[in-house]
Write a protein that binds this ligand. Sequence first.
Ligand code: PEP
Ligand code: MN
Length: 676
Amino acid sequence: MAADPKSPSLAELRQQLDQTDDDIVRLLARRLQSIRLIAKAKAEQGSMIRDPERERDVLTRVEGLATSLGVSGPLARKIFSDLIDYSVSRQVGSLVDADRGDVTVAYQGQPLTYNQLAAEQYVAGRGLRGRFVGLSTLTQVIEQLSSGQVDLAFVPIENTVAGSVNQIYDVLRERDLHIVGEDSFKVELCLAAVADVPLPALRRIYSHPLALDQCSAFIDGLPQVQATPFADSRDAVRTVAEAKDPTLAAIGSPEAVRAHGLTILRGAVGNQDEILMRYVALARAPVPIDERVSCKTSLIFSTRHEKGALLRCLQVLADHGLSMTKLESRPRPNRPWEYMFFIDFEGNVVEPRVATALETLRAEALYLKVLGCYPAKATPQIAQAGEIKPAAEPAVAPAAAPPAKPAARASKHYKLADRATRSADTIVRVGDLLIGGEGFVVIAGPCSVESAEMITKTAQHVRGAGAHILRGGVFKPRTGPYAFQGLGLEGLDMLVAAGKAAGMPIVTEVMSPEQVRPVADKADMLQIGARNMQNFALLNAVGKVDRPVLLKRGMSSTVEEWLAAAEYILAQGNGQVVLCERGIRTFESATRNTLDLSAVVVLRERTHLPIIVDPSHGTGRRPYVAPMAWASRACGAHGIIVEVHPDPDKALSDGDQSLDYAGFVGLMQGLGRVRA
Ligand code: PEP
Ligand code: MN
């Protein structure tokens, strides 16, 4: 049939359409220009970025207009939800990223994988220009960020089908990295092959393990098919394309599938119609966020060994009017059947109510770390469901709950350590032993680990005599540089093995911030020596790890300074501090130090933290050790730490004050007769 000469040709129609599309893009640019001006006006007025009522009105208006013009209302709603979402991101970006144009972003995978597409969406949404670095493992991504090679790591943290990505939670727990942003990304899982083959003809399906997990129901429906995990969905797609074998299929992003010229056999093969991935952007330093931006704050904490401890922590958020958006528990490393909790709540750390909530929580929890405070991203459900999620916070923040009446404080240097903050005794768990409260704990072992054999033998012996925890120095703070400095990490392995063989947790000293992480990975408790009591970098470092700390008193420190030092650790979020009186310098020379047992009674009054005594360093003389150990128990200490050596006269350090095995048995027998 000949075309009607009066009606426009297909080419002309297409040209017209192209014209219209260009107009749409130009209008989008105009819309963006208005958005910039609005952001500026909001900044001048100090009003909140999000205005849910206004957003709802816009959607209702455009949906109505679309319907009246014969355009699908839901389509208009969906498009405008996306536009609003983007506008909000840009306004947030203008407040948050104002001074950052280009960013280098590391992600795990290759171009056109979900991770890369999501990273691109995040960076573009913030109005930034990104350079993307795809790496093969998440570990490499984190390494590049930590070492400063990239500005951001963009990593998946949870998925609406497969749940949390545990590795990221472990990274957040262990590393000093901060969440500075989040985004959610709609994952489109499509099954593709080299030709349009019927599904029963397939024999293997390749994809990333997470993607295979998310499609388990679909794959289970194809009994002849074997699912094969690939490091990367892009690799899976490429392998299928190169093999040219019609019995192979891959699950990947539509973008990747198209790039390799595969045929889509089935779209949306995921277990749920819509799979959303939540991503977080990690940086080396936190980025303060303007109060007008709706924020989320993420935390990790562990609870005290008390009944109702978790409930009390959650209550703190409720009391301050903070709404929790996520609660997740993860096993605590090296603590079987103990858990850490991850929480996200709506709020900005610069708000006073959030600051007071965190302060209260720090006192209530045993360990607390703020993982980040970042703009809450409108979730894509807005676009999908055609609904507006209520604002993260109302335009006018509700009045903060009145903070608990501050108790009279003895010092301006410490409050978390103050008995006035917490009347109940803090109980610190080391291995499966509790320090504080009722029991009396005995820590024993050599001053220094000298060999695998001596530490193993000593461990067996002190354990047999009734000691609970094994001590042994591997990094030794010696007065002179020519004295034995300890066996270092090699010695630590010997201590670990000896502790394990004897069934005892171990404590050892750390002398510098760099030693904290490697030692915390292996030891049950970290000791801060007397010489380092005011090494503030070291105190901050042990404050960041989830390990109990034995804080020795500085040899010329007052009780006040000692508690202020403990406060450094508590303020970083680590509440597991045990104080140790080990003698102070006085004019008296009959003993190495003057053991200040009065400090025990003073501390029991001033702080809720457990307190133990070191009669070895406290006296410096073997015959004096046992009597002062007994006195420690009598005056109300929660335990002692004692140096024991198989042959004290040949010890490489502190032989004069070390007990031999028989001496330690005598000490333990006497201890049994003393009561506080
Ligand atoms: C030690 O415990 O071996 C030690 C060096 O202790 P202090 O820091 O109390 O001197
Ligand atoms: Mn010593």
